[in-house]
Design a protein around this ligand. Structure first.
Ligand code: PBG
Ligand code: ZN
Length: 326
């Protein structure tokens, strides 16, 4: 009688029958980086197989994604003009707004989440407007422009707004702006628990968003704090977030579980650039089997309690599924 689980592990089909979580492409969101210009497709060495693409290539890529059954994307913008207040994020003809309109026109079935932040648009690379005296972010001034940016993105057709700036009161402010502008139906997926992490390094290369001075620790969270991490997500829930998120994913699965047990909202994880790059480089050095390690990693997010996975691996996963490899 003590061999109960062992008996069930004997045959592959039986193992499948008692499997607790599975990878389903419908739970995945694939990030894309749009750069201003034409006919541009730059691979960034820190993130193999991830490209900065101009809109023409992005549209081509959307077609590829749909052929792979990927219908959820998250857009990041790389504008050519940066200034202290990130003004190109506030223009209806800014890179993201323009791209969303073009994608939606060609592929209305594509569900687009728009990352909402200022670090890609500011010359100093911080996530909001600076308080010159304190040389840190002016939280409340940033709230106002985040609200404006959200309305611009919703206006251009974004299906979901994903604020990642980590300002206090961010979700409430964005919700209020969206509702006032007639977008009460547009959900907010908040980067509700976002740690100050070294795992974002490769992303900052791709998005050209490394801060020119200082760091983001004043507005991103200390990875040593579990209670604070839970509290941050619960506060965003109270402010009206529709989906919560933990970011990064892999080093924070305990927090994913903690939040899963305290909230009934859908929960996303962001499997960030550094996590992706580590697998890529370890795979290409033949230290690990890339595909099976990737699947093991993605499965661990589901097991920890995530409903939604934002991952640069999404396309590779889709190819494996398409070829019946998993
Ligand atoms: C911008 C933002 C970052 C990421 C997503 N949105 C970078 C940061 O906070 O420095 C990181 C994503 C990744 O590493 O893949 N606020
Ligand atoms: Zn930012």
């Amino acid at each position: 009688m003590f061999a109960r689980m062992r008996r069930m592990r004997l045959k592959e089909n039986m193992r499948q029958l008692v499997r607790e979580v599975r990878l389903d492409l419908r739970d995945f969101i694939y990030p894309l980086f749009v750069i201003e210009g034409e006919k541009i497709k730059n691979e960034i060495s820190s993130m193999p197989d991830i490209y900065q693409m101009s809109l023409d290539h992005i549209l081509q890529e959307c077609e590829n994604l749909i052929n792979l059954n990927i219908y959820h994307i998250m857009l990041f913008g790389i504008p050519s003009h940066k200034d202290a207040i990130g003004s190109s994020a506030l223009s209806p003809d800014g890179i993201i707004a323009k791209s969303i309109r073009a994608i939606k026109q060609k592929f209305p079935e594509m569900i687009i989440s728009a990352d909402l932040c200022f670090c890609e648009y500011t010359d100093h690379g911080h996530c909001g407007i600076l308080d010159e005296k304190l040389q840190t972010i002016d939280n409340d001034a940033t709230l106002e422009i985040l609200g404006q940016q959200a309305v611009i993105l919703a206006n251009s057709g974004a299906d979901m707004i994903a604020p990642s700036a980590m300002m206090d009161g961010m979700v409430l402010s964005i919700r209020t702006h969206l509702d006032r502008a007639g977008f009460s139906h547009i959900p907010i997926m908040s980067y509700s628990t976002k740690f100050a992490s070294s795992y974002y390094g490769p992303f900052r290369d791709v998005a050209n968003s490394t801060p020119s001075f200082g760091h983001r620790k004043s507005y991103q969270q200390d990875y040593a704090n579990r209670r604070e991490a839970i509290l941050e997500s619960l506060q965003d829930e109270a402010q009206g977030a529709d989906i919560l998120m933990v970011k990064p994913a892999l080093a924070y699965l305990d927090i994913v579980r903690d939040i899963r047990e305290r909230s009934l909202l859908p929960l996303a994880v962001y499997n960030v650039s550094g996590e992706y790059a580590m697998l890529k480089y370890a795979g290409s050095a033949n230290l690990i089997n890339y595909e099976s390690t990737m699947i093991e990693t993605l499965t661990s997010f589901k097991r920890a309690g995530a409903d939604i996975i934002i991952s640069y691996h999404t396309k590779e996963l889709a190819k494996l599924i398409k070829n019946n490899r998993i």
